[in-house]
Design a binder for this molecule. Structure first.
Ligand code: SF4
Length: 64
């Protein structure tokens, strides 16, 4: 099963907290919006869940 992070763009405010929590999978573009760089591997799943919980705008989701 493939797990990915998805950003709900209308809600994202480009604060970059997800990048700080999960730099392995989240880059930031020049405006500070997250760029998801890959699938969530089993090793990164716990950190990905933390990133989802910490998003202040509830703009980050895990999808399968
Ligand atoms: S933490 Fe949430 S609001 Fe902040 S950049 Fe990431 S997705 Fe957007």
């Amino acid at each position: 099963m493939t797990v990915r992070l998805r950003v709900d763009w209308p809600d994202c405010r480009a604060r970059g907290l997800c990048h700080e929590v999960l730099p392995e999978l989240v880059d930031l573009d020049e405006w500070g919006y997250p760029v998801i760089t890959g699938e969530v591997t089993p090793e990164l799943l716990a950190d990905a869940r933390v990133a989802v919980r910490m998003c202040p705008r509830l703009a980050l989701r895990l999808v399968t």
